[in-house]
Design a protein around this ligand. Structure first.
Ligand code: CTP
Ligand code: MG
Length: 333
């Protein structure tokens, strides 16, 4: 009977795709907003380059990886090669340099795990965080953006998953749930397994970067891959069903690590992620594509794993049985 229900639902579920697509459309930032973001980067770069002519300011995170919602804060990274100054000194001096701009609430948070300068720009009304020399984040931002260009279903799926995670409050790393970055990686992985996306890091490299003496390479000529997923015609709602069904009922939390670097599921055993080391518990394992010793699920603890899995099950059941899933899924927690 269960089998029959599953089949019946998988057949019907496509009817909800237009509803999910209109939610997607409502979350996408406007051209005007993107122009404002770029205007802010140019204005801040001018100020900073006066003092540090060889530095460069990069946009990273959701504003640059194409998975950003409208009205999100801006993540910036200052790349600067100054052996004399510590990161904290750079942050303090940066806050000082920025006093010359039309900015408000400039704060240097030097004791945070990642030291940043926070500010609000009065010309554009945008808030942003600036970190220093976090270049791997700039590289992983490009990887995510490149994946998004191959098949539009990735961006649609990840927007809906992020919107669900924010509505259900399971997108709060300080509460032990997952980052937006982790959710996007989970979506990429699902689409790799369904052959809608390739594995760019396993293909012949066309893009090379070195960060802190480590070399990274992958295939980035994604305009050549625009037909890659064409043989698979699953719709957005069917992929959403598959996403939640996978994390609710199929993922083996005791053995498996998802890895977009290899496009496969690999074993916890192989990564030596089978026991708790310090604060890293490995209760849900998501390999970072570049910092491969990083489990993006390490923030999850024995309480939040329960909440997370209950939310995956709730979402899977809504997509399976609810007559109005595009409303119910996002009901505030
Ligand atoms: N990042 C990372 N490693 C993590 C978390 C984040 O390298 N464990 C970097 C990624 O480059 C990511 C950026 O920090 O794109 C911002 O992370 P996050 O706030 O999770 O994602 P956003 O895409 O900015 O999402 P949101 O819309 O929620 O702001
Ligand atoms: Mg962000």
């Amino acid at each position: 009977r269960f089998q029959r229900r599953v089949r019946a639902c998988r057949y019907d579920i496509d009817q909800f795709t237009p509803n999910f697509l209109s939610i997607f459309d409502s979350l996408v930032p406007s051209e005007e907003e993107i122009a404002k973001q770029n205007q802010l980067v140019i204005a801040l770069s001018r100020l900073i380059n006066k003092e540090w002519p060889n530095s460069k300011l990069y946009l990273y995170g959701s504003c640059a990886n194409s998975f950003g919602f409208s009205n999100s804060d801006i993540d910036l990274c200052l790349s600067i090669d100054d052996k004399e100054m510590s990161k904290v000194d750079i942050i303090l001096k940066l806050a000082d340099i920025l006093q010359a701009g039309n900015l408000q609430n400039i704060q240097a948070l030097t004791r945070a795990r990642v030291p940043i300068v926070k500010l609000m720009d009065l010309d554009t009304g945008l808030s942003c965080d600036i970190c220093v020399n976090n270049l791997l984040a700039v590289v992983n931002t490009k990887l995510l953006r490149d994946y998004a260009q191959i098949d539009q279903r990735l961006r649609q799926l990840a927007f809906i998953v992020k919107h669900w995670a924010k509505s259900r409050r399971v997108n709060e790393t300080y509460q032990g749930t997952l980052s937006s970055y982790s959710y996007v990686i989970m979506c990429i992985h699902l689409l790799q397994l369904r052959r809608i996306l390739p594995c760019l890091q396993e293909m012949e490299a066309t893009c090379y970067v070195t960060v802190d003496d480590n070399h990274y390479a992958y295939f980035d000529q994604v305009d050549k891959l625009s037909n890659y997923g064409a043989h698979n015609n699953e719709t957005l709602s069917s992929l959403l069903w598959a996403f939640f069904h996978y994390w609710a009922y199929q993922h083996d939390y005791t053995q498996d690590v998802i890895s977009i670097r290899t496009g496969k599921i690999i074993s916890k055993h192989m990564k030596d992620w089978t026991r708790r080391v310090g604060n890293d518990r490995h209760l849900i394992c998501i390999e970072d594509p570049f910092e491969t010793s990083h489990d993006l699920g390490r923030v999850v603890d024995k309480f939040s794993i329960k909440i997370l899995r209950e939310e995956f099950e709730r979402a899977a059941n809504i997509l399976q049985y609810d007559p109005n899933p595009s409303v119910k899924l996002f009901e505030p927690y």
